[in-house]
Design a protein around this ligand. Structure first.
Ligand code: NAP
Ligand code: HSE
Length: 448
């Protein structure tokens, strides 16, 4: 049987997971693929670290270039992370005509078009199934399985760390920072956890999904991004009383209206699409399946114009789940090498240059608004007057009972309103003397 030799860069959480998974299921894969995968070299940053990878002597090195440039290495697997040296690693391999497998969504987000161009120029391919939603094969779904659909909407829980934190905050009433430390210990969180909790990691992934779903490369700067630091236990509890669960969502939706004033036709013969691409915490109705996706699990619901609603669920982070997606890419890369078919599924196809991302100010949402107000007559009237002047309707007002003290929380559920209008109204409301703390505004997703 033919053997394909791999060069890994990274022997940490994911790299270690891949090495163990290949040891466990390598023979099974070989019998399914008709090609054996063999690890030839593994680069790490420090050879002094003790690690239990069970590799033969001489496989481990601290010189990544020697791995990429080893003439025996046919596929390079970048599992180091970061966007600077990792860019260098991937570009070096692609320029040598070697296929690259990566789990690095930050790298793709920052340099995707350059990497795709380089792969095409050098007659090779870049595989990145593990970059979004850990073990869920969502890249293959969007690129291949749903190729006959227009994607109407996609909503996903794509950051395992945030979902783990929000789940434990809800189920156990634990404080944010305490749970974050646990997520780091379990290997879910990025080396720099602000990537997770401030929504950037979810934005990297949502941008990749939006680009694949809509056929143009979504500039990361156009993705409205909010994290979960401002979510308090109080809001999680109030949301629960109202029948909702707070989740950090990546949201991609087509928005009605022309993408350009000229309605140019694309190569596919169609005018472009306006899409919303954003990451934010949202109240999800408990009846919706995403509300019960807990801990480090991810789930992505995709609505296609032909298929209707679909749902993809699985572990979104951690060594084994992510290794599973890396193995899937290794299988594709090995088969492409065997059959000389690097173009069968190109890493990215831009086919909708006339489409664009709609600025968040234009996006219409429903909202949960929590205000901390002085408990005196006339307060509701003043707040609702300011909202009415901005053309914003209130669907319900709740003043939870049992709060004592000078101020009380008031929850307003707000009808559909453009982001710009609600922000303007909030600036006026927060200036009222009866409003005593920064208002908390969280979107409500209805999935209609
Ligand atoms: P990690 O545990 O920090 O491992 C990184 C590995 O890369 C370490 O072995 C490190 O060496 C090595 N490395 C870093 N810089 C290097 C360099 N210049 N030369 C050679 N080796 C270098 O990170 P991870 O969690 O495995 O994440 C790896 C990638 O997978 C990231 O892009 C991440 O975003 C992505 N990812 C992670 C998960 C997850 O659940 N953890 C899931 C999906 C995707 P040392 O061991 O010597 O430090
Ligand atoms: N830090 C990421 C997460 C790892 O928590 O989802 C998986 O991409």
């Amino acid at each position: 049987m033919e053997t394909v030799h791999l060069g890994l860069i990274g022997g940490g959480t994911v790299g270690g997971g891949v090495i163990r998974a290949l040891r466990r299921n390598g023979s099974l894969m070989a019998s399914r693929l008709g090609v054996a995968l063999s690890i030839r070299r593994v680069a790490v940053r420090s050879l002094k670290k003790s690690r239990d990878l069970g590799l033969p002597k001489g496989v481990l090195t601290d010189d990544w270039r020697s791995v990429v440039e080893d003439p025996e290495v046919q596929i390079v697997v970048e599992l180091a992370g970061g966007t600077t040296t990792a860019r260098d690693m991937v570009l070096t391999a692609l320029r040598l005509g070697k296929p690259v497998v990566t789990a690095n969504k930050a790298l793709l987000s920052a340099h995707g078009p350059e990497l795709f161009r380089t792969a095409a120029k050098h007659g090779t391919n870049l595989y990145y199934e593990a970059s979004v939603a850990g073990g869920i094969p969502i890249i293959k779904v969007l690129r291949e399985s749903l190729v006959g659909n227009r994607v109407i909407s996609l909503a996903g829980i794509v950051n395992g760390t945030c979902n783990y934190i929000l789940t434990r905050m809800k189920l156990e009433g634990i404080e944010f920072l305490e749970v974050l430390a646990e997520a780091q210990r379990l290997g879910y969180a990025e080396a720099e956890p602000s990537l997770d909790v401030d929504g950037h990691d979810a934005a990297h992934k949502t941008g990749i999904l939006a680009s694949l779903a809509h056929g143009f490369w979504v500039d990361p700067k156009s993705i409205h991004t909010e994290g979960i630091r401002q979510i308090s236990r109080l809001d999680i509890q109030f949301a629960a009383q109202l029948g909702y669960t707070i989740k950090l969502l990546g949201v991609i939706k087509t928005v009605p209206g022309p993408a350009t004033t000229t309605r140019k036709k694309t190569s596919a013969g169609e005018g472009g699409t306006r899409i919303q691409v954003a990451v934010y915490p949202a109240l999800v109705p408990n009846a919706h399946v995403l509300a019960s996706v807990n801990h480090a699990f991810n789930a992505i619901s995709v609505r296609g114009d032909i298929v209707g609603d679909t749902l993809f669920y699985g572990r979104g982070a951690g060594a084994d789940a992510t290794a599973s997606s890396v193995l899937s890419d290794l299988a594709d890369a090995a088969l492409d090498l065997k059959h000389g078919s690097v173009d069968r599924v190109p890493c990215f196809v831009a086919h909708s240059s006339d489409s664009r991302v709609v600025p968040m100010e234009e996006v219409v949402s429903r909202y949960y608004l929590r205000l901390e107000v002085v408990d005196q007559p006339g307060v509701f009237a003043r707040i609702s007057t300011l909202l009415a002047k901005a053309g914003i309707g209130i669907s319900s007002i709740i003043q939870p009972e049992g709060h004592v003290g000078e101020t009380v929380p008031v929850i307003l559920m707000i009808h559909d309103a453009p982001n710009a209008s609600i922000q303007k109204a909030l600036r006026l409301i927060s200036r009222l003397r009866v409003v005593r703390a920064e208002p908390v505004l969280i979107r409500v997703e209805t999935f209609e």
